[in-house]
Design a protein around this ligand. Structure first.
Ligand code: ATP
Length: 524
């Protein structure tokens, strides 16, 4: 029975994910790259609505990070960097993923992801047991006690802990033989075929290399940056000096990063070309733990300000720390395929700046006037994938709603601050001077908001189209508008319609879509 229920949940998740994919294409959000040539694996293009949503997410992050903090400034470093950068950062030697092939299906997987997914399935069974018990016991339910006493949960939790410990060990010791043994011992089959006929585990470097220079003899091997962070580290002193920044201070950056991902089957969740939004916060050595906790808290608040449900986020503290970190956690989001990393918060110590000092021979130190000494600052990083954030927002917003009249509507309940278009303007009919009034409203509103004009089809159909595209407001101009300068404004989420004066429109829309309204929730 349990297996059956679990299969049902998985099928429902897959179904929801398929809907997300097709909706993203149908409503002009995301297209496959070079689709006419059958696409390029794990590379995507943002379409006319997608580019607006992506820009709004980027702006929402930038405003929260840079505009709201007087001690954080931004930069835009180049994608190509001196190749020694990647030697110093450890990427040339250690930016590897463990890969494994299935000999029967010929499919390639990340060994760590196979184990993590297996572990997550056990975790989902625990969640189900908890949810069932909660329903049974109602208000009297004590989750902590249930987890500590229920035999099924205890057994499963023990299994999870054992898997985590062994996964950490094989990763830390780069024990590739042990890695394969773990997969075999857990009885993990190929997700596509079920076959357990695996190759050995191998390490694979994820950086894309290319050449600078006109001829083969004179060319230099360079890399497309695999993270934006290093562009910040190499500019640390330039920014500190020219901006007269005092520690603690941060440098923020958004931009493309490239990784030759082994497995790239989850739409824009894992891409080979993607965009990061990173902030490196430089602090006095010894204060990094405090700042790390601080940033964990503020980043979660930023996510919660968008109102996508507190239950959809969780922290995952890393057992295995990267070579540069003394503490690390992910903010995981409940994607259509389960909880996965959305953002990383890492206490990176002084690893990067020290490594760049060593490889460049230049001092990267800060003179602290209060202490009267120089030191290499410690760094706390917040790093979020813009595309993953896009997927989180888009998949969470896509809903099917049963209506009172027995029909359903598809509605994309994007947080209004992020919606590509804030309002759509319709003349009820395409004659009698109504299009002219609608155009006039549009010409006025477009200075403040991205607005959309539509005069095709019955108005009900136009409403549905905008619901599915995610537009928070529809404004309809009818014959009365010619007499009394009023229009009907319809709210996407409530479908409520109100008669308002044309002169009020700007304020009504602003109250709901203004960045300030949303960002203020972070401090409340
Ligand atoms: P994962 O474990 O999922 O591969 P990571 O731990 O390697 O991710 P980081 O190096 O910490 O990721 O990068 C910071 C953020 O960049 C991630 O939290 C994620 O949102 C985003 N990111 C990383 N790799 C990709 C990718 N291939 N496609 C899209 N976004 C990505």
């Amino acid at each position: 029975m349990q297996t059956f229920i679990f299969a049902l949940i998985m099928a429902k998740q897959e179904d929801q994910f398929k809907k997300v994919l097709s909706h993203a294409k149908e409503y002009g959000y995301v297209f496959q790259s070079s689709e006419i040539y059958d696409g390029l694996s794990a590379v995507y293009d943002y379409a006319q609505n997608g580019v607006e949503l992506k820009k709004n997410i980027r702006d929402y992050w930038w405003k929260a990070m840079v505009q709201m903090h007087e001690n954080i400034v931004g930069i835009d470093a180049a994608i190509l960097m001196h190749p020694t950068t990647w030697k110093a950062s450890g990427h040339v030697d250690a930016f590897n993923d463990p890969l494994i092939d299935n000999k029967d299906s010929k499919k390639r997987y990340r060994a760590d992801v196979l184990v993590e997914d297996f572990r997550e399935k056990i975790n989902q069974k625990i969640q189900k047991d908890v949810a069932k018990a909660q329903k049974r016991f109602g208000d009297a339910f004590n989750e902590e006690e249930f987890r500590a006493t229920n035999q099924n949960v205890i057994r499963r939790q023990k299994q999870i802990d054992e898997i985590s410990a062994e996964l950490t060990r094989v990763q830390e010791e780069s024990d590739l033989v042990g890695f394969k043994q773990l997969i075999v011992d857990l009885g993990i089959g190929c997700p596509a075929s079920g076959s357990k006929n695996w190759t050995e585990v191998k390490q694979f470097n994820l950086m894309f290399g290319t050449q600078i220079g006109a001829s083969a003899e004179n060319s230099t091997q360079v890399y497309l940056r695999p993270e934006t962070a290093q562009g910040i580290f190499v500019n640390f002193l330039n920014v500190q000096k020219t901006g007269r920044m005092k520690i603690p201070f941060g440098i923020a950056q958004t931009g493309k990063a490239f990784r030759n991902e082994i497995v790239a089957r989850q739409f824009i969740f894992r891409m080979r070309e993607f965009e990061q939004m990173e902030m490196q916060f430089f602090v006095k050595p010894g204060t990094q733990k405090e700042w790390y906790e601080n940033w964990k808290g503020s980043r979660l608040k930023w996510h919660l300000s968008l109102g996508m449900g507190e239950e959809n986020y969780r922290f995952h503290d890393h057992d295995k720390l990267a070579h540069y970190a003394d503490a690390a956690a992910d903010i995981e989001f409940n994607f259509p395929f389960g909880f996965k990393e959305l953002e990383g918060i890492h206490s990176r110590t002084d690893f990067d700046l020290k490594a760049h000092e060593e490889f460049s021979g230049k001092k990267l130190q800060y003179f602290d006037h209060t202490e009267n000494k120089s030191y290499v600052p410690y760094v706390v990083e917040t790093s979020i994938g813009l595309d993953r954030m896009f997927l989180a927002v888009f998949s969470n917003s896509l809903q099917e709603e049963a209506l009172d009249n027995g029909t359903t509507r598809t509605v994309l309940k994007l947080p209004a601050v992020l919606a590509p278009y804030k309002a759509a303007i319709f003349p009820l009919v395409k004659k009698d001077g109504l299009p002219e009034v609608a155009r006039k409203i549009m010409d006025d509103l477009k200075w403040d908001f991205n607005v959309f004009y539509d005069e095709k089809d019955a108005v009900g159909k136009r409403y549905r189209r905008q619901d599915a595209a995610g537009t928070p407001f529809c404004i309809t101009v009818d014959h009365d508008s010619l007499e009394d300068n009023s229009v009907t404004i319809r709210h996407r989420d409530t479908m409520e319609q109100k008669r308002v004066a044309i002169s009020e429109l700007k304020e009504i829309i602003k109250a709901e879509v203004d960045v300030k309204t949303w960002l203020q929730k972070i401090d409340s």
